[in-house]
Design a protein around this ligand. Sequence first.
Ligand SMILES: [Zn+2]
Ligand SMILES: [Zn+2]
Ligand SMILES: [Zn+2]
Length: 272
Amino acid sequence: MEVTLLGTGDTTGTPTVGCDCDTCREARDRGVERSRFSVHVRNEETDECLLIDASPDFRSQFLDNDVSLPDEVLITHIHFDHLDGLGNAYRLFDSLPVHATGETDPKTDESVADTIRDKFDYLDQITVHDREPLVSFSACGFDVTFVPVEHPPLVCYGVVVENDGSKLALTGDTGYSIPDASRDALSGADLFLADAIVPASLCEYHPAGGRHHTDDGVPRTFGYKHMTREGALSLADELDAEVTRLVHVSHFYSEEEAFEEPLAVDGERYRI
Ligand SMILES: [Zn+2]
Ligand SMILES: [Zn+2]
Ligand SMILES: [Zn+2]
């Protein structure tokens, strides 16, 4: 499979609109961007393409990268930066299957699949398929599995995509404390994409501080719904990932740290 990182930023992206911080300025100088989260996966055997999350930056992501429009879409959760790009289906597609979980979110009293159906009920092109967490299904010739992660107050899922012994795993938006069954499913990936919104040093600025500290006192969760860089790297290590890229990266990293390895930028492409 061929994996293209279309969007590697958090919900404001980098550069952030109206921001003149050193990191946003450095991004402009380097000509790099971190738009809102989305991953494109092409099945090289069938030439079908799967899109993981529909970024509000959908249009520029498909204009800027040499990738085909998706045949099917997965949605990890209902936050704006992962879902709202689905409106781009209008007039671009005759039909577009969308996969999302069918378990009821206690917060919204409906499933991710139901929320998508309600929100985009004006788009006849979209058909939403309910999927069960930890049960794999077929999409674009891949075996695909949603795995529950920790992103309170909403339900949210990581994703595993497999074919012919190749494995892509991504955490979705999550804190470090991922359930054991999900950790098992995410382990041993050829390419692992992990939410790493800020360095652990910034937890002191979050009203909820940091959680899930290492033995050395380093917080692996920023607040309660995203991992720190250190948390993402320790998870990657525990899950024995072959290659790790850190995604959902904010502009709050200092300009010295923001473009260091293994923090991803838009447009990176991997063949696994
Ligand atoms: Zn900035
Ligand atoms: Zn989110
Ligand atoms: Zn997000």
